[in-house]
Design a protein. Structure first.
Length: 256
């Protein structure tokens, strides 16, 4: 009888220890914003998930359930990091995808995977014509949606924030100074297109702007595109009139 009780107690301890050792934790967030010559941007956010081997089966099951929503994944991972961190509160996002990745490695105790969000955030920059063929694009700091600390908005301790600008553009202003890359000895960032801020960086007074210089060809194309958009109905009417006149002329020539 006593032996049976000991075996039951041992089994219970093993069962409870198995439950307590089962976990899935988000250990790192990497947010990358790809800016361009429009007021929208492509955003890619990757969360690193560390899990016990006893949770691998649950993760694989959840991964195969392709209809799991963002909030459901956040509940599974017990995290508040699974949100869009770049979004204009007065605008929207589009082309959203959520992809839980495969297991990257596994040892005797832990395994790791990546969960990636990708979307287009609209109206996160404003643009101003500052000279002939020169346009300054400014990131709206209100579009940053990271954690709110007592001193204001800041990156979480386990996060990295990256901004990529198009080649050929020029950085105008940045604050706070990026953690990478370091500036030149003159304090400038010539020919740099990627900027990164690391864990815990305060973003309360965030400022980022860059200059785009259009080529003469781009200016001409842009001019005619804007003219076309402004006079679409008139252009269509003119085409109809020309076609009508041509039809009448052909009819008169053939049947007169």
């Amino acid at each position: 009888m006593r032996m049976a009780q000991l075996l039951f107690s041992a089994a219970l301890v093993l069962f409870l220890s198995g439950i307590s050792s089962a976990y899935m934790n988000v250990t790192y967030l990497n947010t990358t914003v790809v800016l361009n010559t429009s007021t929208s941007a492509r955003v890619v956010e990757t969360l690193t998930i560390n899990m016990s081997n006893s949770s691998v089966a649950q993760y694989l099951q959840d991964r195969q359930a392709l209809n799991l929503t963002l909030s459901e994944w956040a509940a599974v991972l017990h995290t508040n990091l699974l949100i869009q961190h770049i979004v204009n509160p007065d605008s929207s996002i589009s082309n959203f995808t959520l992809l839980p990745g495969p297991l990257l490695y596994s040892n005797s105790r832990t395994a790791e995977a990546r969960l990636t969000m990708s979307y287009v955030a609209h109206n996160i920059t404003s643009v101003m014509n500052v000279g002939p063929r020169k346009f300054e694009y400014m990131v709206d700091s209100a579009a940053l949606n990271f954690q709110h600390a007592p001193g204001g908005e800041s990156l979480p301790q386990n996060a990295r924030f990256n901004i990529l600008i198009p080649r050929g553009t020029e950085l105008v202003a940045v604050y706070p100074a990026p953690d990478f890359p370091p500036p030149s000895f003159l304090g400038t960032y010539n020919n740099v297109t990627a900027f990164s801020w690391y864990e815990g960086e305060p973003l309360t007074k965030f400022k980022f702007s860059y200059l785009v210089t259009q080529s003469l060809q781009e200016e001409v194309v842009s001019y005619f595109n804007s003219m076309y958009k402004g006079y679409t109905q008139q252009i269509y009417l003119l085409i109809i009139i020309l076609l009508s006149v041509t039809s009448v002329y052909v009819y008169v020539k053939v049947f007169a």
